[in-house]
Design a protein around this ligand. Structure first.
Ligand code: 5RP
Length: 305
């Protein structure tokens, strides 16, 4: 039986009546009115100190099979996972390959259907929200094809996922997908990102554009994370990430520019420097070269042992 509270005269108890109750605010754009569970999940994805995230995207297999660099996730990607703030992947890879003791927040790919052999915008929701709960994910995610052949279907997929997530306190990240024939400019991304946020997405992942990216972030009322896109030389990828962050992105969600790099571990650390420490591209490249050289030495030493 619990003991009774120590009975003290009320003059000896301290209620700090003169100090207003502290009501914690929330650091993330557009999330102030969300419930506690949503905010807590978002605070696992975005570092509350910097307000930013380095998400590692490894979900490519859901439509393109064993993508270069992701042939053996167990061997080549699992060792990188501790360096990421969050992981974007499918439930197949999560269950088969990711150690359950890893406590990194998961952003679960929930759309699918067409392969690279078909029209990509013809996606459906491909995960039940109950399974997302079973997997203890921090957010769910899907593609939204604004201007694509199946635009309405993909927007409807998103609004259903947002509704299911809201019931359970799980935020949704919308990915603005660009078809081969679609223009990639600020006007297009302003349109696509704003539609996703207006219809309920809590995070939007989108591509960087050299002209006017700051108008894309400014006109989107939820955090934007920058997608990496095709593999670039390291300095170019670091410069793109730096520009996106300086122009208002709340982080990156990169895949190929990390796992297709000659030194993925070094690239993760360099990107994290840009995102969380505002390292300039050249400083981040120096960090990349240093870590790469150190890793090469370690692996040579292992080979000789
Ligand atoms: C598919 C996705 C991928 O997860 C992601 O965008 C690919 O990452 P990257 O372009 O950096 O390789 O959302 O469209």
């Amino acid at each position: 039986m619990p003991e009774a509270d120590i009975v003290k005269p009320s003059k000896d108890k301290n209620y700090y009546e003169h100090i207003p109750m502290i009501s914690p605010g929330f650091f993330l754009r557009g999330a102030g009115s969300l419930d506690w569970g949503m905010k807590n999940r978002l605070a696992r994805i975005f570092n509350p100190t910097t307000g930013r995230t380095v998400m590692l995207a490894i979900d490519h297999g859901y439509f393109q099979g064993p993508t270069t660099g992701l042939e053996r996730i167990d061997l080549n990607i699992v060792p990188l996972m501790p360096l990421a703030d969050a992981l974007m992947l499918t439930r197949g890879i999560l269950r088969t390959t990711v150690p359950p003791a890893l406590t990194k927040p998961i952003v679960l790919r929930c759309s699918g259907g067409p392969s690279i052999l078909k029209e990509l915008s013809n996606e459906e929701l491909a995960v039940d929200i109950e399974d997302a709960v079973r997997l203890n994910v921090s957010a769910v995610t899907l593609q939204v094809f604004i201007g694509g052949e199946y635009e309405t279907r993909s927007v409807h997929n998103m609004t259903r996922l947002v509704d299911m997530g809201l019931r359970l306190g799980i935020p949704t990240m919308a990915v603005t997908a660009v078809g081969k024939a679609m223009t990639r400019d600020a006007q297009y991304f302003r349109l696509a990102c704003r539609i996703c946020a207006e219809l309920g997405a809590h995070i939007v992942k989108t591509y960087y554009v050299p002209e006017g990216f700051e108008t894309v972030t400014a006109s989107c009322p939820v955090p934007i994370v920058m997608a990496g896109g095709k593999k670039l030389p390291e300095l170019e990828a670091l410069t793109m990430a730096w520009n996106a962050i300086q122009q208002g992105a709340a982080g990156v969600d990169m895949g190929r520019n990390i796992f297709q790099s000659d030194a993925p571990e070094a690239m993760m650390q360099a990107i994290a420097g840009v995102v969380h420490k505002n390292l300039k591209p050249k400083e981040a490249l120096d960090l990349y070269e240093t870590v790469k050289a150190r890793e090469a030495q370690k692996s040579k030493a292992r080979g000789q042992a």
